[in-house]
Each structure stands twice: as structure tokens, then as C-alpha cells.
Design a protein around this ligand. Sequence first.
Ligand code: C2E
Ligand code: CA
Ligand code: CA
Ligand code: CA
Length: 284
Amino acid sequence: AKSAGGNRFELADPEADARAITRHGLTTALPTALDRGEFFIEYQPLVHLGDGTVHGAEALVRWLHPQHGVLGPDRFIPLAERTGLIVPLGRWVLQESVRQARAWQQTHDEKGPLRINVNLSPCQLTHPGLVSDTVDILEQAGLEPDALCLEVTESALIGADDDLLKPLRCLAEMGVDIALDDFGTGYSNLANLRRLPVRVLKLDRSFTQSMQQCPADPVDLKIVEGIVSLAHSLNLAVTVEGVETGAQAEQLRILGCDTAQGWYYARPGPPERLHELALADATG
Ligand code: C2E
Ligand code: CA
Ligand code: CA
Ligand code: CA
């Protein structure tokens, strides 16, 4: 309990104060950050587990805040969702990364097109402009819909009704891939997968982490094996995230996962970096 008098301020939690100030600062700065051009995108490669070649990249947004420096999405995406900025911000991320993917393709064509994965917030899913914005963005950039993969978290689709699934179905029919992100952390009924217009399961990092122990947890091994065989029997591809070591990559390859992403291959970085990585495997 706070004691009366002079030492009252000493009892306050200075870190909590700092957090509150930061939060307030971010809240007021966020709505105009897009207009000020303070967001940028880093790209992290997705690699084929079979031969290590680059399959594509995931676009991950960052905010270069004038006072706080580079902020990761965990610092501002929840705020952007609460304030509604996520819709224009998400549209900007899509536009920017689709344009980037097209630019990669133009210099990198003979190895087959690099694909681009973009995260979609649940707020974007319910926004009526999703399909038309996506179509416009692809057309303007000249990117084929099948080079785009939209990542939606498993939790966003739990209990999804037909209204929510309709735009995703529409995009899927155009050839856009839909990935179920953070798969295995939610509570979705596996049988439900059949109902969803999903092409890719993105296995959550927690599974990858458990491959780190030696020997790996036999129950987790069985779970991943089961998910992979179910996914493949439904014609879905399996991507794993958070691969940090060669041992994890090897284990996940043996378990039949298709593509992987993680620090073992590359940290998220500027677009030129992805281009270099992709070219490197084109030349040997
Ligand atoms: P996510 O979609 O699950 O993205 C993967 C996160 O794992 C990224 O964090 C990435 O930098 C990190 N990561 C990649 N490889 C490794 C690894 O080997 N080890 C570890 N420990 N971490 C790894 P990041 O960039 O901080 O993004 C966090 C989350 O923010 C993303 O999780 C995604 O949910 C969200 N996010 C990022 N960009 C956007 C966006 O444009 N729109 C929306 N709606 N959400 C975004
Ligand atoms: Ca993601
Ligand atoms: Ca994920
Ligand atoms: Ca995540």
C-alpha cells in the first residue's frame, strides 16, 4: 500500500510510468505515421526444405519512430487494430510488398517467380474493400495472383461463418493462396480445415522450438508428423517458422514439412538482401 507523505512518488513504478508515456506517445503519433512515411517493410525468405532454394518471402512491417527508433509490429499492430489504422496500413503493406515482388520477378525470372507472403489482420478480413483492393493492387503492379499468399491467423478463422470466409474464397478462386498462420496454437477443429479456403498451414514456432531439444519431444514429433500427413492428404503445404538451427531444419525436413523460415536461413532484412539470397541459389 502507498504510504502517505513524502515518499509517495518513490513508490510509484517508474517502469510502468515509462510504459504509459510510451503508449500515449505511440497512440498520438500512429495515426499520422503512415502519411509521414515512417513505416517500412523487411522481408524474410521462405526456403524449400528439400534443396534450400528460396521460395519467396514474408513481408514484415516496422515503424521507424522519430523518437523511439525502429519498433517491431508487436509494439503497434494491436494499437493499429484498435484505432482502425490497420486497414490503410495493411493496404500499404500489401501494395508495397506486391510491387517489390514484381520487381524481384523482373530481375530473377529464369528461376521461377519469387512469391510474396503478406499478413492480414482480422480487421482487414471484415473490411468490405479487401477483395477489390487486392485485385487493384495486383493489377497495378502486374503481379499474378498466384504469386501472392495472404497469411491469416488460425484464431481469426475459428468459428468463421460464411460471410467472413466469402472474401477469402473469392481471393482463393482468383489464385491467391491463403495460409493459416500460427497453426497449432488455436483450437480449430482439424476437420474444419476442409471448410476453409486454405492452401498452406504455417506451423507455429512453438513446434520448431521443441525440435531443438535432443532428443526432440516424442509427442511433439508425433503431432507434427500427424499434422503434415493430414495437411498433405488435404493437398495443403506445410511451412514451419522460427527455424534457428540446422538440426531443427533437418528434423522438420524428415517429418515432411515443405518450406521453412527462420534465422537459420536469414533474419528479416531489406529487399536487396532477399534478391541477393535468391540470386545466390540461382548461380549455385
Ligand atoms: P508472424 O506472422 O508469426 O511472423 C513471424 C515472426 O517471427 C516475425 O516477427 C519474425 O521476425 C519472427 N521470426 C522469424 N524467424 C525467427 C526465428 O528464427 N526465431 C525467432 N525467435 N523469431 C523469428 P515480427 O517481425 O516481430 O512480427 C511479429 C508479428 O507481427 C508477426 O508474426 C505478425 O503477426 C505481425 N505482423 C508483422 N507484419 C505485419 C503486417 O504487415 N500486418 C499485420 N496485420 N501483422 C503483421
Ligand atoms: Ca505471418
Ligand atoms: Ca506465424
Ligand atoms: Ca506469430
